[in-house]
Design a protein around this ligand. Structure first.
Ligand SMILES: [Zn+2]
Length: 225
C-alpha cells in the first residue's frame, strides 16, 4: 500500500522532510510501499524461498516481523526519469545520507539483505522484536499514535476507529444496555424485557460483539417475537 497516511505520524512528518530536503539537492524521489498487511508480507517472504526470485526480506508476515506491518517503514524509488532503481551515480546512497540526517534508519546500512530503498523509524530497534513485546499487534500499537480528536484527515480517523473497533470486537464485554451499540440495543432490551436474557449476579450481561450480532440476526428472523 502506497499511502503514507496509514503510517505512524512521526514517519509521515519525516517523509515530508525527506522529500523536500532531497528535492533541494536535486534528488527527486517517490514514495513506494508503506504499510503492509500480513498477506502482503508473507508473499514477499516467499520470494526466493518457496517462490522464484531473489530473497528480498528476512521478515515473516505471520508474526509481524516487518516494520512495514507496524506503519514504521516506507520504501522510496528514484523519480527523475532515470529508472526507479538506477543507482549508477550513487543516488540511493545520497538519499540514504539525507534520511539518516533527519533521524531515519536506512536499509542501505544493513548487511543481509541490503535494502537501499528502505527507511524506518529507529527508536524500537532494527527488528520488530521490541514492538511485539510492548504492543503484541500493530492494531494495539496504532491506538497509541494519537487520539481521534487531533487527527487531521478523515482517512486517519477511519483507520484509527477501525483499529479501536477491532480490539473492541475481540475482547470487549458489553455488560449494560447503555454500552450496547445502537444497532443491537433494541434487541437486547427486548430479550431483557421478555426475561430471555439475564445478567450475572452483578447484573452484568457479559455479551461479546459476536453474540450481539447473532442476537440481532435471530431477532430479524423473528425468533424472539
Ligand atoms: Zn522496505
Amino acid at each position: 500500500m502506497r499511502d503514507i497516511t496509514f503510517c505512524h505520524p512521526e514517519l509521515q512528518e519525516k517523509v515530508k522532510k525527506l522529500l523536500s530536503n532531497c528535492k533541494s539537492k536535486g534528488l527527486i524521489i517517490g514514495i513506494g510501499e508503506c504499510f503492509r498487511t500480513v498477506e502482503e508480507q508473507e508473499a514477499l517472504y516467499a520470494k526466493g524461498r518457496t517462490e522464484k526470485g531473489k530473497i528480498v526480506t528476512n521478515a515473516k508476515g505471520i508474526n509481524y516481523s516487518s516494520h512495514h506491518q507496524w506503519g514504521t517503514a516506507f520504501d522510496f524509488y528514484r523519480n527523475d526519469g532515470k529508472g526507479a532503481y538506477d543507482d549508477s551515480d550513487g543516488f540511493f546512497e545520497k538519499v540514504g545520507e539525507i534520511g539518516k540526517s533527519i533521524g531515519l534508519e536506512w536499509g542501505g546500512d544493513w548487511v543481509s539483505p541490503v535494502d537501499k530503498p528502505h527507511f524506518q523509524l529507529p527508536q524500537w530497534g532494527s527488528t520488530t522484536k521490541k514492538l511485539k513485546q510492548i504492543y503484541k499487534t500493530p492494531e494495539n500499537f496504532k491506538m497509541t499514535w494519537k487520539g481521534v480528536d487531533n487527527m487531521d484527515t478523515v482517512q486517519e480517523k477511519t483507520q484509527y476507529s477501525e483499529a479501536a473497533e477491532n480490539i473492541d470486537k475481540s475482547k470487549k464485554l458489553y455488560n449494560y444496555t447503555l454500552e450496547v451499540p445502537d444497532w443491537a440495543r433494541l434487541t437486547v432490551q427486548k430479550l431483557l424485557d421478555k426475561g430471555y436474557l439475564k445478567g450475572n449476579s452483578k447484573g452484568e450481561l457479559e455479551l461479546t460483539y459476536s453474540m450481539l450480532k447473532l442476537l440481532v440476526i435471530n431477532d430479524r428472523a423473528k425468533l424472539y417475537d
